[in-house]
Design a protein around this ligand. Structure first.
Ligand code: GUN
Length: 287
C-alpha cells in the first residue's frame, strides 16, 4: 500500500483563497508586525514567506529588523509601540532570539490580544483550559490538515514526539480536546520505538533528519512530519518518508506538508484578531 499524501501546499492554497475572500468581503485591512532580532538564516526565510502570503491575502505587513546586539529595553520599547499601534492586529516576535535576550520575558510584553503566535502565558493558559484565543500556528495547521482529510481523532492513540512550547505541548492539548488519547515523548523517553509503534497518529517534531525509521511506525497509521532540517542544500523531515510512505495510510511530505499550513494559520489568526478588534470597536461605539 502507498500512503495518501497529506498535501499541505494545496490545502494551504485553498485556505488562502478563503481568507482572501473573507478580507475582501469584510472590508478590513488586518495588520501584522514581525520583529526579527539578528540574522538567524531560517528566520529570514520564514519571514520572507510570511510577508509574501500576507500581502497576497490583503494583510498589511510590517517588518522590524533589529541589530543582533539590541538591548532588552530597546526591544520592549518597540513591542510597546506596536501594542498601541491601531494599524497592527498581530505581533510576531520571530524566534529564536539572540542568547542575551530573555525570550520568555519578551513574549510576555506582547499584548495578549495581539499575540497571534499564541505564546503569551495567558494564551497558553486559555488553551490549557480549553477556551483558546489564539492557537499556535503549527499545531493549528496540523489539526486543520487532519480535519480537511476527514481523519477522525476520537479515541485514537496519538503519539507526539517533541515537547516544545511551540508544537508538542499545545498540539497534545488540541488532540486531547478532540477526545484522542495522547502521549508526549522526548529525547529522554525510554524504548521510544515501542511507544511510536502503538500510535494511530504519530506526530514528529524533534528536528533530527529521518530520525523515525520504518520499523518505528504502525501499519496503516497516520504520520505527520513537522521537521524542517537543512542537510547540505536539501530540506529533510524528521521521518524516513521514502520507506514509511509504503507502510502507512497517510503521511505529510517535507517540504509541502506542515510548513505551508503553519504560515496560513498564522494569517488566519491575524484576520481573527482584526475581526475581534472590529467587533470591540463597534460595541464601544454603541455604548
Ligand atoms: N520560530 C520558529 N517557529 C516560529 C513560530 O511559529 N513563531 C515565531 N514567532 N517564531 C518561530
Amino acid at each position: 500500500m502507498v500512503a495518501i499524501i497529506l498535501d499541505g501546499k494545496r490545502t494551504a492554497q485553498e485556505i488562502q483563497k478563503e481568507l482572501s475572500l473573507k478580507v475582501k468581503e469584510e472590508g478590513i485591512i488586518p495588520g501584522v508586525a514581525v520583529i526579527r532580532v539578528g540574522e538567524d538564516p531560517s528566520s529570514l526565510i520564514y519571514i520572507r514567506n510570511k510577508k509574501k502570503r500576507a500581502e497576497e491575502v490583503g494583510i498589511y505587513f510590517e517588518e522590524h529588523t533589529l541589530k543582533e546586539n539590541t538591548s532588552q529595553d530597546e526591544l520592549i520599547e518597540l513591542i510597546k509601540k506596536l501594542n498601541s499601534n491601531s494599524r497592527i492586529d498581530g505581533i510576531v516576535l520571530q524566534l529564536p532570539l539572540p542568547k542575551h535576550l530573555d525570550e520568555k520575558r519578551m513574549l510576555e510584553k506582547i499584548s495578549p490580544e495581539k499575540d497571534v503566535d499564541g505564546f503569551h502565558p495567558l494564551n497558553m493558559g486559555r488553551l490549557l483550559k480549553g477556551n483558546p484565543l489564539f492557537i499556535p500556528a503549527t499545531p493549528r495547521g496540523i489539526m486543520e490538515l487532519l480535519s480537511r482529510y476527514l481523519i477522525s481523532l476520537k479515541g485514537k492513540r496519538v503519539v507526539v514526539v517533541g515537547r516544545s512550547n511551540i508544537v508538542g505541548k499545545p498540539l497534545a492539548l488540541l488532540f486531547l480536546k478532540e477526545d484522542a488519547t495522547v502521549a508526549i515523548c522526548h529525547s529522554k523517553t525510554k524504548d521510544l520505538d515501542l511507544i511510536t509503534k502503538e500510535a494511530d497518529i504519530l506526530v514528529v517534531a524533534i528536528g533530527k533528519p529521518e530520525f523515525i525509521r520504518e520499523g518505528m511506525v504502525k501499519e496503516n497509521s497516520v504520520v505527520i512530519d513537522v521537521g524542517i532540517n537543512r542537510v547540505g542544500n536539501r530540506i529533510m523531515g524528521d521521518v524516513d518518508f521514502k520507506r514509511i510512505k509504503e507502510k502507512v495510510s497517510h503521511i505529510t511530505p517535507v517540504p509541502g506538508g506542515v510548513g505551508p499550513m503553519t504560515i496560513i494559520m498564522l494569517l488566519k489568526n491575524v484576520i481573527e484578531a482584526a475581526e475581534s478588534r472590529k467587533i470591540n470597536a463597534k460595541l464601544k461605539q454603541e455604548k
